[in-house]
Design a protein around this ligand. Structure first.
Ligand SMILES: [Ca+2]
Ligand SMILES: [Ca+2]
Length: 324
């Protein structure tokens, strides 16, 4: 070995030791920025207001099917159960396993920069054990400051949105080719969508503080109005207040014509099947025929008619058709 080579080897070794002693390894940083990229907007295309909630993190699902699973999952609690947060747009929120955010006062905030619908913020000291290098990152945006207050959300990702290495930084830029798993990505906007109307999401909004399962079951009747929760949801009623059912028996005013029974079937509740049955003795029930007699944006009103001079009872059946 020549003296020249020996000198180089010693220098390199000393440099490595110096780095280890003087600069202990710390986490990487992620910067979320819409500068020069798409703006966040609600489902109508209006840019989001200051203070809307932004979450950054990943979803603990198999990577090969993760995006397909996310795009077809509608229930907040299911999505939340899979979500591994890195940071949120509110001070002190997110995971205690990773460090806080920086920014003028509040870290990640919609509307801080560069204007309406814009977002800019940095999450520091990301722990690799919390989020391994290369983990796909997602941005989960709501149209209000809390999920419970929101009625719209969007979930977005891009190939370049990945967790950084220690000491490294990765910028999640909305100028990237962004995929919308919930919402849409087009015309320089990342638009949210309405939170899907499922029974589970209705129960979450109705009891945001996680009521016990006895309260949130399909059959529970917490307000004692004899309308079970699944029917309260289907009919758009208040599960915490007494309501009258959206059904009625109508005696016929025409001589020789039987009474009729009307009930509402929701148009915007695809996870509930509403049907009607009839009986002459309250013992044996059979499906009843009905026709749509009126309609509006939310409901079709169905009507059944009894044969003249016959006794008839009707009941409305609510069946959950939820698949997730
Ligand atoms: Ca009730
Ligand atoms: Ca009620």
């Amino acid at each position: 070995m020549t003296p020249e080579i020996m000198k180089t080897s010693i220098s390199s070794f000393i440099a490595a030791v110096g780095l280890f002693v003087c600069h202990p390894v710390s986490g990487g940083t992620v910067t979320l920025s819409s500068a020069g990229g798409s703006q966040f907007a609600n489902k109508s295309g209006n840019t989001l207001e200051s203070g809307a909630l932004v979450r950054v993190g990943t979803f603990d699902l198999p990577s090969a099917t993760r995006e397909a699973t996310l795009s077809t999952t509608k229930d907040y609690h299911q999505l939340k159960a899979w979500f591994r947060p890195l940071g949120e747009g509110l001070v002190g929120r997110g995971s205690v396993l990773q460090a806080g955010t920086t920014g003028t006062s509040s870290g990640l905030r919609i509307n801080d920069l560069p204007g309406d619908g814009g977002v800019f913020g940095t999450i520091q000291s990301i722990n690799e054990t919390q989020l391994p290098v290369g983990t796909q990152l997602f941005v989960w945006v709501f149209n209000q400051s809390t999920p419970e207050a929101s009625d719209q959300w969007g979930i977005f990702t891009a190939d370049t949105w990945t967790a950084p290495p220690s000491l490294g930084n990765n910028t999640l830029s909305t100028a990237s080719t962004v995929r919308a798993l919930h919402g849409t990505s087009a015309l320089n906007q990342l638009q949210l969508k309405a939170i899907p109307p499922t029974f589970a999401n209705w129960a979450w909004k109705t009891w945001p503080n996680h009521a016990n399962p006895e309260q949130t079951s399909h059959s529970a009747d917490n307000d004692g109005d004899h309308i079970p929760n699944l029917a309260e949801y289907a009919w758009g009623l208040n599960a915490a207040g007494r309501d009258t059912p959206r059904s009625s028996v109508n005696p016929s005013s025409v001589p020789g014509q039987g009474a009729s029974f009307s009930f509402d079937v929701p148009k915007q509740r695809p996870d509930v099947v509403v049907s009607v049955e009839r009986s002459v003795d309250l013992q044996t029930w059979v499906p009843a025929a009905s026709v749509v007699t009126s309609s509006n944006a939310e409901f079709d009103t169905h009507t059944c008619t009894a044969a003249a001079g016959t006794k008839c009872f009707w009941r409305v059946i609510f069946t959950s058709a939820a698949n997730n």
